[in-house]
Write a protein that binds this ligand. Structure first.
Ligand code: NAP
Length: 315
């Protein structure tokens, strides 16, 4: 499906315009997160996404410790469409010699992190750079101040923070420099509605939800017999009674989806886009067909009754 440019939405007040169905790439080269990833399948899902109108691509240094950025950078270069793509990456992780991970938000570290990401992505600017996780020592306005300097130099175009507490977010944004916050949000975990959304709306920041499909259960394809052999094996919402209860809610979604001739994931993603704090979603994918399938969300119009019913099922 070709995406009409009219469909592009602004990320908060950042001046960046994106197709509201973006792409999360932690399974593209993210060998440290998912076992047995096929890099060619990863490259293909990014290239097919771009070909079919995905223009907001989310990666991070820690996805494959640089490998996701390299693969995404390669595909974007090969596409010849760098200028049409809004490329987001993140940094803060320090991988120590013994493999132990710590976080660093110091200005010197963030300057190096941006330069290293630019090299791996094989580009001369990053559209959106996020501080991936907070460290314990750096004042958050100082960390963001360092990114503002990089923005003034044209190395990055917008500033994001991720996994900050609401208080850290407010401190980070005390000079009004933050454009985007990325945090966990999906129909199963809705705490961001109270903890972040009011501040985001008041300050015109854009909330980018991660785990929008709750690691696949909101794509409606698991049953009580599904067994997980990757990081999903430890996720509480996919275990025991919680898993069974969540599957029952997904069946209610399926009825709504079927009545509209679409699939569960489409109404889930479309429902997020009705939230005033959210401009864009970044479902992850392991295969190109999933990326193309998620783009069908753009055809879904939820009625006010359907929006309320979905809210009620997961309230
Ligand atoms: P997610 O979007 O909730 O789930 C993605 C998984 O759902 C895919 O890997 C695929 O898994 C399945 N899926 C996707 N589309 C599907 C479709 N149409 N039909 C059936 N199954 C489908 O979780 P996520 O990928 O972890 O999160 C999204 C993105 O957010 C990531 O890629 C990453 O860029 C970002 N993220 C950021 C942070 C952070 O700390 N800032 C943390 C986590 C994620 P299977 O095929 O294996 O089932």
């Amino acid at each position: 499906m070709a995406i009409d440019h009219q469909l592009k939405v602004q990320l908060g007040k950042s001046g960046l315009y994106v197709n509201p169905i973006g792409l999360g790439t932690n399974a593209v080269g993210g060998h440290n997160l998912y076992p047995n990833l096929d890099e060619e399948a990863g490259k293909k899902l990014v290239s097919e996404g771009i070909e079919h109108g995905v223009n907001f691509i989310d990666t991070a240094f820690i996805y494959g410790v640089g490998r996701s950025e390299e693969l995404v950078g390669e595909v974007i270069k090969e596409s010849g469409k760098r200028q049409d793509i809004i490329l987001a990456t993140k940094g803060a992780h320090v991988v120590n010699n013994d493999g132990h991970i710590t976080f660093d938000n110091s200005p010197a570290f963030l300057q190096d992190a941006v330069e290293s990401s630019l090299r791996r992505l094989n580009t001369d600017y990053i559209d959106l750079f996020y501080i991936h996780f907070p460290d314990e020592k750096t004042p958050k306005y100082e960390a963001v101040g360092a990114l503002k300097e990089l923005k003034d130099k044209g190395k990055i175009r917008a500033i994001g923070v991720s996994n900050f507490s609401p208080e850290q977010l407010k401190e980070a944004n005390q000079d009004g420099y933050v454009d985007v916050f990325q945090g966990e949000y999906n129909l199963i975990n809705r705490s961001a509605e109270q903890n972040y959304f009011p501040y985001m709306i008041e300050n015109q920041l854009s909330f980018v939800p991660y785990f929008p499909l709750a690691a696949g259960i909101l794509a409606g394809k698991y049953t009580k017999d599904t067994k997980f052999n990757d990081l999903r094996a430890k996720m509480p919402h996919l275990q025991g009674e919680a898993f069974i209860a969540n599957l029952a809610k997904v069946e209610k979604l399926r009825e709504i989806a079927h009545s509209k001739g679409v699939e569960v994931q489409h109404i889930v993603l479309a429902w997020y886009l009705t939230q005033p704090a959210i401009d864009v979603v970044i479902p992850g994918a392991k295969r190109a067909d999933q990326v193309l399938n998620n783009l069908k969300t753009l055809e879904v119009q939820l009625t006010a009754d359907e929006i309320a019913l979905i809210d009620q099922i997961f309230s």
